[in-house]
Design a protein around this ligand. Structure first.
Ligand code: ZN
Length: 489
């Protein structure tokens, strides 16, 4: 007996040594995926007139959920008046009145063109929150290095940043090798049907394909992850899908609420919703999220580096840690959000019908159909009818763009030149962007905007005190300038 115990102890010890050995070897081999030897660019200064241009763009309320044509016309006039050389030398195509495509012809027609995106529309300012702003949301005011207003982050900064860079390059006599396209939609915040969708149709009709497409979606974030001291520049290589399902409980009998049966339409429905919420979709570490960990892991402090180098052993631990943070959880699973309820006509009448809407953000690897099947399976109640709400606006997750492509490498290099301390990593975008329409015209779609923000700044998007620092604005112009140059090599 003692012999057996000793043998077992030795075996365990041996196994432990092997595991520790593997962990050490894997950690040592967990090498950096950052491109080395990139020198930071000396930024050109932000001119006073550039600041005025952005402020003027912010002053025009191009709000897309209630389109005011005169605002959009004013915005167009501003662009044409401000960027004279752009409008003389680039070919411009107008799509559905207020969306624009610009073509900057390159010197080498054999190279595939690239496309930089932006959108001119903004979300409205909630009336009840207006007095909580530190400045007029449509005033373009500057206070202590911050330029305030709707569109400073989302997304006029990109349009103005691109055009400022382009105008400067034209003045300097720069000629790109490949064709450079800009596409500025005007209704991204309301699903992009007349902007991005129509723009892509134009490209398809003209048989145009792009080496890479760059849209908004991710940025450089300070203190993005525990165990990572450097800022994290994320390049979105995929984005989650979107679907809303309607659950309807349909019961045969209604009746009087003074003698209720054990179950009513309302209780059947709420039971189904609870079951669903209690059975979240499984967490997965693959695709863009696995790529994120592979790029971030080697740059982390030693403890975290060891964890990420040994996902074969630590996956469960990492999942359970990250699942506590809704933002981290959202990049690893399809999320379930019950958002609307309807049922009953009067408080003393038992309803025969009750319905709910549940919003899902779908992780790559799953689809709108597979989500529906999962929901039916989990609820497992014939009295609940599950339907896809508004199928036209349901989208499967975007395919994964490569991290070995020309576009990814150029972005990696340019980010390092402008944000030298940042760790650059691919990632999954959890919201929907206009770029989802572009899958038919490019294999390499990336989502990144050149802004360096704190986590606390993220609530400025669509929120109170949307504002951009002048440092960020300077970097944005420099970034596009450098990106166009690097893409021309
Ligand atoms: Zn946006």
């Amino acid at each position: 007996m003692r012999k057996l115990r000793r043998l077992l102890f030795r075996l365990l010890l041996f196994a432990l040594i092997i595991i520790i050995g593997i962990m050490i070897i894997r950690t040592l081999n967990f090498s950096s995926k950052q491109i080395q030897d990139i020198e930071a660019i000396k930024l050109f200064p932000l001119e006073k007139k550039s600041i005025e241009h952005l402020a003027q763009a912010i002053q025009i309320p191009t709000i897309s959920n209630n389109i005011d044509s005169s605002a959009y016309r004013n915005f167009d006039t501003l662009l044409q008046r401000t960027y004279l050389q752009v409008h003389q030398e680039l070919e411009r195509t107008v799509i559905n009145e207020f969306s624009y495509i610009y073509k900057w012809a390159g010197t080498n027609p054999r190279l595939e063109p690239i496309l930089l995106m932006g959108h001119s529309d903004v979300v409205p300012v909630e009336e009840a929150s207006r007095d909580r702003w530190d400045a007029d949301p449509f005033g373009g005011q500057i206070d202590e290095n911050l330029l305030y207003g709707r569109g400073t982050l989302d997304d006029k900064i990109n349009i103005i940043g691109i055009l400022e860079a382009c105008e400067k390059m034209l003045q300097e006599g720069f000629a790109p090798t490949r064709d450079i396209y800009f596409a500025f939609g005007h209704d991204e915040e309301v699903l992009g049907k007349y902007g991005a969708k129509a723009i892509v149709q134009y490209f398809k009709d003209n048989n145009l394909r792009f080496e890479y497409v760059l849209d908004e979606g991710q940025m450089v974030l300070n203190k993005a992850m525990g165990g990572l001291e450097q800022p994290l520049a994320m390049i979105g290589i995929s984005e989650k899908g979107y679907a809303t399902l309607t659950l309807t409980a349909q019961l045969e009998d209604g009746g009087h609420s003074s003698m209720p049966p054990p179950e009513t339409a309302v209780s059947t429905l709420t039971k189904a919703i609870n079951t669903l919420v209690e059975h979240p979709f499984p967490m997965k570490v693959d695709g863009a999220t696995a790529a994120l960990f592979e790029h971030v892991g080697p740059e982390m402090t030693i403890f975290n580096k060891t964890l990420f180098a040994n996902l074969w052993l630590t996956k469960g631990l990492i999942k359970s840690q990250l699942s506590k943070d809704p933002a981290a959880s959202a990049i690893m699973r399809t999320t379930t959000a019950p958002t609307m309820l309807r049922g009953g006509v009067k408080e003393n009448v038992l309803p025969t019908r009750a319905s709910a809407k549940i919003n899902f953000r779908i992780i790559p690897g799953e689809t709108v159909e597979s989500v529906k099947a999962y929901v039916e399976d989990v609820i497992n109640d014939k009295r609940i009818i599950v339907q896809i709400d508004d199928p036209e606006n349901s989208t499967d997750p975007a395919p994964l763009s490569s991290t070995d492509s020309f576009g990814f490498r150029v972005l990696q290099r340019t980010i390092k030149e402008i944000f030298p301390e940042a760790v650059v990593a691919p990632s999954l975008v959890i919201a929907a962007t206009d770029s989802r329409y572009y899958v038919d015209v490019s294999d390499n779609i990336y989502r990144f905007q050149p802004l360096q923000l704190d986590r606390s700044d993220l609530k400025r998007f669509h929120g109170i005190n949307e504002a951009i620092s002048l440092d960020n604005y300077q970097k944005a112009i420099n970034f596009y300038y450098q990106l166009i140059k690097n893409s021309s090599k």
